[in-house]
Design a protein around this ligand. Structure first.
Ligand SMILES: Nc1ncnc2c1ncn2[C@@H]1O[C@H](COP(=O)(O)OP(=O)(O)OP(=O)(O)O)[C@@H](O)[C@H]1O
Ligand SMILES: [Mg+2]
Length: 117
């Protein structure tokens, strides 16, 4: 289903991005990390994001995880438009809706070893 500006996602849509863009200002340069990303993920879908280094995976995860806000475009999480929320409102959403497992989980290793038989 094509999502258009002004639409609301269907109730079974957990994550929807519409023309999502993120630019980083680097001195006089602008880095276009994401240029208009459209994603729809439904309930119970299992999705992987793959791409070469620098293609914008972390930038996208930061936006989807409500750790960052887009330069432009829409992000809908569980039926709520979260792309234009304040930092405090995003913190509340992170607390309730989102789980993150970071790659650099070195602090977990000792814990796991201790508990191994
Ligand atoms: N904080 C930042 N400031 C400036 N540019 C950034 C910043 N973060 C990312 N970029 C740039 O945005 C683009 C996308 O980077 P990103 O880290 O999202 O890619 P990635 O797919 O996660 O790469 P990797 O596989 O190496 O982790 C790259 O050109 C990167 O240099
Ligand atoms: Mg990355």
């Amino acid at each position: 289903m094509t999502f258009r500006t002004g639409d609301t996602p269907t109730p079974d849509t957990v994550i929807l991005t519409h023309h999502l863009a993120r630019e980083y200002q680097m001195g006089a340069e602008v880095v276009h990390a994401l240029r208009g990303v459209d994603i729809q993920i439904k309930k119970n879908e299992f999705v992987a994001c793959m791409g070469p280094s620098g293609s914008g995976k972390s930038t996208l995860m930061n936006l989807i995880g409500c750790l960052d806000t887009p330069t432009s475009g829409e992000y809908w999480l569980n039926g709520q438009k979260v792309s234009d929320l304040s930092d405090d409102e995003l913190a509340r959403i992170r607390n309730k809706e989102i789980g993150f497992v970071f790659r650099a989980a070195a602090h977990l290793r000792g814990h796991v070893r201790q508990r191994a038989p």
